[in-house]
Design a protein around this ligand. Sequence first.
Ligand code: SAH
Length: 459
Amino acid sequence: MNHFPVFLALEGRRVLVAGGGEAAIAKLRLLLKTTARITVVAEDPAPEIEAWADAGKLTLIRRAQEPGDALCCVIAYAAHEDHCKDIKMLRMSTADGALVNVVDDLANSQFITPAIVDRDPVTIAIGTEGAAPVLARKIKADLEARLPAQLGLLAKIGKGFRKMADALPMGAARRRFWAEYYDQTGPRAAEQGEDAIREALDDLLATHLRAEARPGHVDLVGAGPGDPELLTLKARKALHEADVVIHDRLVPPAILELARREALLIDAGKEGFGPSMAQPEIDALIVEHGLNGAHVVRLKGGDPTIFGRLDEEIEALDEAGLSWSVIPGITAASASVAAIGQSLTKRGRNGSVRYLTGHDMKGFADQDWRALAQPGEVAAIYMGKRAARWMQGRLMMHGAAPATPVTVVVNASRPDQRIVEATLATLPDALDGVTGPALLLHGLAPRRAARILEQEIAL
Ligand code: SAH
């Protein structure tokens, strides 16, 4: 780290900007947000600068910089957009004792101005040591989008309320209170103005004090197919707030990393939790942590409502009297069709689509193979690898064409995603050696292959 970030106290202190053009205006826009006393020296200042001077927002000196202009300045900006003038300014101001930034000249600058996300008094400074200004701007844009516009006001009011909130026990209880204020209560009340925020804070504190011994809450969350960018914002937020995360084997580390550092992570997919035997144990685990007052995230691959044994968990939660909510996720079928550029439904081809499993509690799942064997039918088959040969037999028995396309998408949306093009006839052999979660798309070929096939048929 060559540049150490600090926040300078500028109240009542002097800042000098030398130059009167675009670069000076850009810096002044930032500086005018502060409580500093700003002086501009410029021979030919732009009208904006003159207007600011007329409004008493800064002191304008209409001449070239002279020795002594930067006396008592903490920082100074050389913003002439002219190398010779800027270097002269650098020398003069340094002699006056100010730290100098030469605009767009990292090598000659004694400090640099970060990209700033301003939710005063919450200020976020982003720096890349000049290495990647574009990246800094992208991070800034991401943060801008994520932080409520009223955050500054919320923080100001929250600061005044800290003493009152100390009535809550330190640690998780206080954290929960502030998290709810900043995430939900505050932003909602902010729409009605400052008084509403104060009132909402009082109410929220009363609720939290009353519910101090309240049981926890369980979010049943879809983690999506694996790519962390395919998480919903809601899932991300739940993960960030959770005290305990109980996750499946399919959830990759990159997603688990989004949990708080202090959160307890429990792998419910590891050895010792056999697939069918373990469910009651998992249910008990979720309930136990919920009753302890924790905010539990039960994190499942894909969408929790698809082959996710969600209902058993919900029943256990209801029985224990725990509150719960379901946060949907992107299911493997959606990620898989996206990978091959196809639609799950298509006008004139299939007006319905089946989500089926190759396996059920009794072994290979019995499905309506006769209906699926019709031309144009599409199905997303989960857990279908081992049942492939059996399904092939069933479908062909009901008259499915051996040339029916079946595409296998392995590790959909993950860096090691693989697409295996097959037909009903070649499917079992095509699956040879395939490891990792795989989804079978019955009736769909990758878009490019499908087009070639159509052309061949037309000939
Ligand atoms: N709830 C999950 C499905 C759980 S069942 C969802 O909505 O996606 C587990 C099966 O899902 C796996 O056997 C595999 O068939 C499929 N699956 C899950 N993630 C996958 C991925 N990233 N790529 C391909 N198939 C996946």
